[in-house]
Design a protein around this ligand. Structure first.
Ligand code: CTP
Ligand code: MG
Length: 226
């Protein structure tokens, strides 16, 4: 089976408060998504990289023949991913092929980390995701007060890429369409089918640009990792 990457790149970036969608914001002289594509292009096993942008946003310069842009973004991340999965299947991808879904806004992912995910999941019946064990003490709040401390040893923070069989992910997402309630990642959709995606240790550097301060962190990381 082949390996495809699917990059949801169609959000509005409300929380980042950038001047326009955060995935196109400047980071050290280049748009965020270009950093993301560089990392994925550095993984030779990824045969194809489909970037799902918002309708009308097809202006993205394509840096490599392995990259395709489709302006089939939807109103939610899950809808954008679902549309991208359909696009891949329509254009001849095999349902047994793997797809690695990776946020455009997670632009610091190291190619070696993507490779580690692939290595950990390629023989897995379900697939898996990069994730980090929770480090801090977890509290449940009641009216702004700590009411309970929650066991954290079995809690993980989900990152991307998340790797699944194309046909299986399509089925998992179709079952949640059109509202995709609570489906904030691919693993959630698969869990809905009773499946248990493998948790593969990610990296604290693999941050998602979500809030303005994440851009400060990303710049500092890019400079120190360079
Ligand atoms: N995304 C997408 N289509 C959407 C919403 C999100 O393709 N309708 C993408 C974003 O572009 C981003 C990734 O999904 O690369 C992760 O989503 P998130 O960080 O939530 O980005 P936004 O939805 O753009 O930001 P916010 O939730 O703050 O508005
Ligand atoms: Mg969002």
């Amino acid at each position: 089976p082949r390996l495809h990457a699917l990059v949801p790149c169609a959000g509005v970036g409300l929380r980042a408060q950038a001047n326009g969608p955060k995935q196109y914001a400047d980071l050290e002289g280049r748009p965020v998504v270009m950093h993301t594509l560089d990392a994925l292009l550095a993984v030779p096993r990824l045969a194809r990289i489909l970037v799902v942008v918002a309708p009308g946003d097809g202006f993205l310069p394509v840096p490599d023949a392995r990259v395709e842009v489709a302006d089939c973004g939807g109103v939610s991340r899950a809808q954008s991913v679902f549309n991208g999965v359909e696009r891949l299947l329509e254009s001849g991808a095999d349902p047994a092929d793997w797809v690695l879904v990776h946020d455009a806004a997670r632009c610091l992912v190291a190619p070696a980390l993507v490779e580690a995910l692939i290595d950990a999941c390629i023989d897995d019946p379900v697939g898996g995701l990069l994730a980090l064990p929770v480090a801090d003490t977890l509290k449940r709040s009641v009216e702004g007060r700590a009411a309970e401390t929650i066991e954290r040893s079995d809690k993980w923070l989900a990152q991307t890429p998340q790797m699944a069989r194309l046909g299986l992910l399509h089925r998992a997402l179709a079952a949640r369409a059109p509202a995709f309630v609570g489906v904030t990642d691919e693993a959630r959709a698969l869990e809905g089918l009773g499946l248990r995606p493998r948790l593969v240790p990610g990296s604290p550097w693999n941050i998602k640009l979500t809030y303005p301060q994440d851009f400060v962190l990303a710049r500092a990381l890019l400079r120190s990792l360079a």
